[in-house]
Structure formats: C-alpha cells, structure tokens
Design a protein around this ligand. Structure first.
Ligand code: AHG
Ligand code: MN
Ligand code: MN
Ligand code: MN
Length: 319
C-alpha cells in the first residue's frame, strides 16, 4: 500500500505501473483533473475577496440559477480537460449538450462532471465540491455518456472544505488526498477508505417529509427513535464525504412533486455510487442499484440512497 503523504501525481503514476498494458492515458486524464481542481480550489478560497460570488443572471438546463462559481468552474474544467488531449468529449451539469474536444479526437475517454456542487452554499462559505465520472469512449457520440455506472473507469470528487480533499477510485478501492496548501500538492491522507458497516447519522432534506412515500417516513421515524443524529449540509459532495468516513445514510429521494428526486444520474448519483460501493457501501434508487441503470438522457434525475451496507439494507426493508 502507498505510504501516507504520497502525493497524488505520484500515486496515480504508481497505480498505473501495476497494469503492464496501461498506456498512461488514464493517468494523464486524472492529472489533468487534479490540476484543474487545484485552480478551482484556490479561486474558491479567494471567493470573498474577488468578484466571483453571486449569480450570473442566467438559468441552466436544470432550471437552476447559474452562480458565477458554477460558470467559472465549468469553463475551467472544459478548457483544462480539453487541452489535456485525454478526453474525447465532456458532458456537464451546466451544459445543454455534449462538447467534443478539438484536441481529443484520438482520446480514449469521455468525462461527465458536476463542476461545482452545492451552489446554494457558495455565498455563505460552506463546503462545495466537484464530481467527475470517466467512461471509455466506445461509439464516439452521445451514447458514450449513456453507459451504465458499473462501466465507469474512474470516478471521484473534490471537496472544498475546511481543507481541500481529492477522493477517487479506479475500481480498485478508494483513496483520499488532502491538499497541502504550502506546497500545492494533494497528499495521501486516507488510504483505502472503507465505509463503516453501520452508522448513526442520517442525511436528508427533511422539509420534504410530507411528500415522501409512507415507507420512507416510517424508516426515518424509526431512526429517530433509535437515537440516530441528523446532519444535512445541502452540498452532496460534503454530505457524501461525511457518510463515506462516518457511515450512516445519505438520501435524496423521490417525492410527490419530484418523481425522480433531484440529483442527476451522470454527474452526481453514478460517480458517488461507484465510490461508495468501492468503499464497501451500497447505493440504490430504492428499486435498483444505481450502478446498473442504463441512462436514457444526459440530464436524467434519479432517487438516491447511499451509505453503510446495513443502513441501506434496512431502508430497503421499509420501502
Ligand atoms: P448543484 O449545486 O450541483 O446544482 O447540486 C445541488 C444539489 C446537491 O449538492 C445537494 O445534495 C442538493 O442539491 C440539495 O438540494 P436541496 O436544497 O433540495 O436539499
Ligand atoms: Mn446546479
Ligand atoms: Mn450537484
Ligand atoms: Mn453543480
């Protein structure tokens, strides 16, 4: 196992060496993400001082008001990932359609991302994040983004919190790196993360309680009786990060108004499901495993329940 303190760039290259047939392309792809997100991190840290807080005045394809940092992060990722030459195309929560990269014609991968997760928390200095999901390029068109989650080659998130962390998987366990701001490097701080089998925290936007199905209401009532505690930040990255480390359950369910919930399959549900399962947890819509869903459209939404194995199994017995 890699040593604590190993820097992310070196870790990525060392991982690659374990696969004699690897071409180095995935490593370069991950390094491009690392570099782009370091720049995003440094801008977020300055957000209160430079003019990048607040709304742009535009509305995105999701029907949401676009924040300046949503737009900044989206543009930065498009430019960096495009220039890296390692991606054929990208899809983003903030883009109507797929972008095909000029310098990626021979590239092996496509990437879907949520450039800035937790928009509503930007202006109040609460943790936000970036989420990414990489698939192989197969057909060279939009269908490459509509592959099942279990076919992801890599997925990860960056949480811009009290410290900045880069957490990712290539299907071989989950590793977490913390940014050392003095040298500008992500250093291995959380090797081979395993989610506890059972937790004591539930994380859900409870204002939707009256709109949930009966089984879910009973389940949450039961957790309360048993002394679970409630934590809900409202940034998926931060809520999932806590769930990964401490266990319990994170949920954004369907309700009577939002029949598929809120979270997007490609940019949020699927990459987080891959990470949670690689750490030994479970991720489901309540009806099926998130990673087994064959996406139908780029921006489709799905109900999300993820977390500790025992907590998710218990939830399923209520639904
Ligand atoms: P985004 O900022 O990328 O649009 O995502 C927002 C999401 C997610 O981060 C969070 O889990 C959820 O919205 C919170 O929604 P509610 O405010 O409805 O609880
Ligand atoms: Mn959004
Ligand atoms: Mn999001
Ligand atoms: Mn977002």
């Amino acid at each position: 196992m890699a040593k604590i303190g190993t820097d992310l760039s070196r870790f990525i290259l060392e991982e690659e060496r374990k696969y004699p047939n690897a071409t180095g392309s995935l490593s370069l792809a991950l390094l491009a993400i690392e570099n782009a997100t370091k720049i995003i991190a440094s801008h977020i840290k300055m957000a209160g001082l430079i003019d990048i807080l607040g709304k742009t005045g535009k509305t995105n394809i999701q029907g949401e008001e676009v924040q300046k940092l949503d737009e900044f992060s989206n543009q930065l990722l498009i430019e960096h990932l495009g220039e890296s030459g390692q991606f054929f195309a990208c899809a983003s929560e903030e883009l109507d359609d797929v972008i095909y990269f000029e310098h990626g014609k021979d590239a092996k991968y496509v990437i879907a991302f949520d450039p800035l997760d937790g928009s509503s928390n930007i202006d109040v200095n609460v943790s936000v994040g970036t989420i990414f999901s990489i698939h192989k390029k197969i057909e060279g068109n939009e269908n490459d983004f509509l592959q099942e989650g279990y076919k992801q080659v890599a997925a990860g998130y960056i949480v811009y919190g009290s410290s900045v962390m880069f957490v990712y998987t290539t299907g071989n366990g989950v590793n977490g790196f913390t940014l050392d701001p003095s040298v500008g490097m992500f250093l291995l701080s959380h090797p081979d993360i395993k989610i506890p089998k059972k937790g004591k925290i539930y994380s859900i936007n409870e204002t939707n309680y009256p709109k949930w199905e009966e089984g879910l209401r009973k389940y949450i009532d039961t957790l309360k009786e048993e002394g679970y505690t409630s934590r809900y930040i409202g940034s998926m990255v931060a809520d999932v990060h806590r769930t990964l480390l401490k266990g319990g359950i994170f949920a954004y369910p369907a309700d009577s108004k939002n029949k598929s919930g809120k979270l997007r399959l490609l940019y949020e549900a699927s990459p987080m499901a891959f990470i949670i399962e690689q750490a030994g947890g479970k991720a489901t819509t309540g009806k099926e495993d998130i990673l087994k869903i064959k996406p139908e459209t780029l921006h489709q939404r799905v109900p999300v329940f993820l977390g500790s194995e025992e907590d998710i199994n218990r939830l399923l017995s209520f639904l």
